[in-house]
Design a protein around this ligand. Sequence first.
Ligand SMILES: [Zn+2]
Length: 427
Amino acid sequence: MLLFFIPGACQTRLHYLSETEMKYEESRSGKTALSGQCRNWKHYASDTLIHGKPPLRTVRVNVHFMNNRAGTLTFSESEGRAYARDLIYQANMLWSKNAPMKLPPGNQTPVLPSRIRLELSPDSSKPGDDGIYFHYDDTLSYYNFYEQSKIFYSGKQYERYGVGKGKVLNIFLMEHYPDSMRSATYRKRNNGVGFPDWVMVIGCYTESKRIYVDERGDSISFGSWFMARLLNHELGHAFGLHHTWRGFDGCDDTPRNPNCWNYTHNGGPCDSLVSNNMMDYNTYQDALTPCQIGRMHANFALRGSKQRAKLRPDYCRYDSSAGRLLFSRDTLLIEGQHDLRGDLTVGRNTVVRLRCELRMAAGTQIILEPGAVLILDNCKIYNACGEKWKGIAVMENRKNPARVILKGESHVLDVEQEGRPSAKPAP
Ligand SMILES: [Zn+2]
């Protein structure tokens, strides 16, 4: 019975602020000065204050097999379906197990989780669709190393056969021209290309039929596990990454290197300087640096980007486990564009300065404990999916009130509770 008389946090009343109750400290400048800073990869590699790590991003993909009209160039439809599913599975295994960088030798580069996954995405408007397609086309199905610009880079396959354009990343699997393959001088190297809307990988079928017998007599076949590396490399391009071995790729943690395929043991540079980065050409392709991860996640976070349009839009779904309490003696600065799926609580007497954008999932709220200060510094808080979130609420406390301060071009939009004087906090 005593419990009923103990005063506690559960009796604190929440008051949802209207924008007029928030204090403008600086006049509106008319433009946001931060747009460049908002894209900096550092705000995305480890989303420490919001999630502790980047939010898991699931990219919707589908797979197209380009075959000739005779149906002899690549897998049969039943083989192809199994291969496509396995290819996505193998690619996800690599995305989920980021490896330590081999270069530079002795590096201490942090190994962060990529937090990127692929998902085969059928077209829901077509009954029975499984996101795997077969095309029988004598013009657009053959890859020739010497005539790449004609059908390789042209995007004609995507133009003609693309499904879910703009919302699903289309993966095209092509094969070499069989006559070329018989020529001793033809470069039958595996190849690929990656753009934000589609990627193309050459040689999956050819590789799957190749069997290598090692010195011990063990045979290895080059199935989807092998080509998943090349697919991920092309997806890396699609997500905004560049090659690392030559020139500057926008990252300080991806060293230039001789682009060795593997160790050579011949006294040359490839005895030691073999990269395992996903964006070099090597047999491993299983490592991503913090900058590379941050750059991809910046693209996934960027409002209106082609990469963001391919995501499963779960960033708008409420997730109570994604709630976060921020508590610090120092001012916490949160920059970049972030999606928040749970409630954000700013702890007692904690100062949080938000820059850029914060997208709140429907049903979420920001709660300020007594004495908390939330500074919106050229920051927009809104819902990215045309829904409402609850808004910013302060725990009422006359002696030590919480405050919201707006600076520059700052807005709090899509709020459900605006103008509502008070409400009981959630239990
Ligand atoms: Zn490349």
